[in-house]
Design a binder for this molecule. Sequence first.
Ligand SMILES: Cc1cc2nc3c(=O)[nH]c(=O)nc-3n(C[C@H](O)[C@H](O)[C@H](O)COP(=O)(O)O)c2cc1C
Length: 191
Amino acid sequence: MNVYDTIISRRTIRRFQQKHLNLALLKKFVNAARLAPSAANLQPLEYIIVTEKQLCAQLFETLGWAAYIQPKWTPNEHERPSAYILILVKDIKNPYYQRDVSFATENIVLTAEAEGLGSCILCNINREMIQKIFKIPQTISIDSVIALGYKAEKSVIEDMGDSVKYWRDEHDVIHVPKRKLEDIIHVNKFS
Ligand SMILES: Cc1cc2nc3c(=O)[nH]c(=O)nc-3n(C[C@H](O)[C@H](O)[C@H](O)COP(=O)(O)O)c2cc1C
């Protein structure tokens, strides 16, 4: 897949096959993050790769899934992520750290997509619990968690109508509304 095709095909995936992900592959994702653009090249980010079964189970309890899906939904026992990458920030005084996080995150999820994996970025997380589980020093900020694994669900885009809310249909396919190109693009002037 070229970069554009990878971008187009990536969707958030929240149900995963129960297949092991090897550490070398996960390190490849962090390497992609490491090489992302960084404001003033300050590189304030660090990462924890989580593969160990018990730690994955503990981390899972700290995560909030698919807030638009009602009634409240979480992946069941047999569809949980195989591994996670935690994104940590060494210096939140860096005024551009959130942009660095975004670039690093996109590099991870696109590299995962190109490797045939699904991913879900999670910011609805219990940072206090995560800090305790992984013994993260108070000086380090926990930005987000990226859940990873082989895909066990399908997600498709829809032209956006009057709601941004994604939904799951009767075949368990996720539908994600996206604003239409002609609604967001301006050529030469804002019109
Ligand atoms: C910054 C950020 C935070 C997110 N946090 C969560 C989250 O906590 N839980 C979740 O299930 N999805 C989360 N998502 C995934 C979004 O719901 C998803 O990207 C959005 O619905 C668009 O779908 P798509 O990624 O398939 O294009 C997050 C995405 C971003 C960019």
